[in-house]
Design a protein around this ligand. Structure first.
Ligand code: ATP
Length: 257
């Protein structure tokens, strides 16, 4: 379970996220969408304990991330958009380290299974500094999923992955939620969001433009469902942005003499 309540983040006078609220129950994949600079990563960083909210609260499995950080952090796995992995460890060493931290039962067999799943078995004993970007991304995904966390928080999961791995990750995210876990992801890929998310929030410059299921967002924006995969959400996304721009133009006219 994730609960974001009236979350606001200011950097100096710049409001990166304004009064954002949403909750994600177990069993749901929730998508955070928006243009560049919309505030997606700023929201994720608050949820994983890296950026302190200016106002509002963020909770994971009932624990305030900033008041009960250890309990909150034990409950989620995090896949950052640019994962940092210790280059002087091999993939196996890193995954064993994670397994020990989270006391994963049957860790060796699990590590073997995951390495094989992502076709990394032959590279398991190589230093991570020799890995390609996509290979590192796969190891970061395994590190987050190895403890089978009740909550998974993912920033741009598909960047750098080949088409086969991207499909595997889509299925992993969906499967994680279908086993009663909670998944929050950000992505610029509208087909991915449409394929795996149950609910979405669209942000622009820190403010919510729309929030709901695909059906609710279609009703809200007056757009049609269907068409080529991904088109449906693209129509919603651009309509919300257009509406925001029109509203901004109206406000500017009202203010100017
Ligand atoms: N450490 C920081 N100091 C000052 N401003 C910041 C900082 N981090 C983020 N911002 C600002 O907050 C806003 C939101 O940034 P954020 O990284 O959350 O966007 P995003 O939605 O993840 O964008 P993208 O899709 O480009 O990754 C931007 O205007 C950005 O310049």
């Amino acid at each position: 379970m994730i609960e974001v309540s009236r979350y606001t983040k200011r950097y100096g006078r710049h409001e990166a996220v304004s009064n954002l609220s949403f909750s994600v129950p177990p069993g749901m994949v929730f998508g955070l969408l928006g243009s560049n600079g919309a505030g997606k990563t700023t929201t994720i960083r608050a949820l994983v304990g890296l950026t302190r909210p200016t106002e509002g609260t963020v909770r994971v499995q009932g624990h305030d991330v900033w008041r009960e950080p250890v309990k909150a952090k034990a409950a989620f796995g995090y896949i950052p958009d640019r994962p940092y992995l210790y280059g002087k460890l091999t993939a196996r060493e890193l995954l064993r380290f994670v397994a020990q931290l989270y006391r994963v039962p049957g860790a060796e067999a699990e590590i073997d299974r995951w390495l094989s799943f992502f076709r990394l078995t032959d590279f398991g004993n190589e230093l991570l500094e020799t890995y390609s970007h996509g290979m590192r991304q796969k190891v970061a995904i395994v590190a987050a999923l190895l403890p089978d966390p009740p909550v998974l928080i993912v920033d741009e999961p598909m960047v750098g992955l080949d088409p086969h791995a991207a499909r595997q990750v889509r299925e992993l995210l969906r499967g994680h939620a279908d086993r009663g876990r909670t998944v929050l992801l950000t992505t610029h890929s509208l087909p991915v969001a449409e394929a795996v998310c149950d609910r979405l929030v669209v942000l622009d410059r820190g403010r919510v433009l729309g929030q709901g299921t695909m059906d609710e967002l279609h009703a809200h924006t007056g757009t049609e469902a269907g068409g080529v995969h991904g088109d449906s959400l693209e129509r919603i996304f651009f309509r919300l942005i257009e509406e925001e721009q029109a509203e901004e133009a109206r406000r500017a006219e009202t203010v100017s003499p």
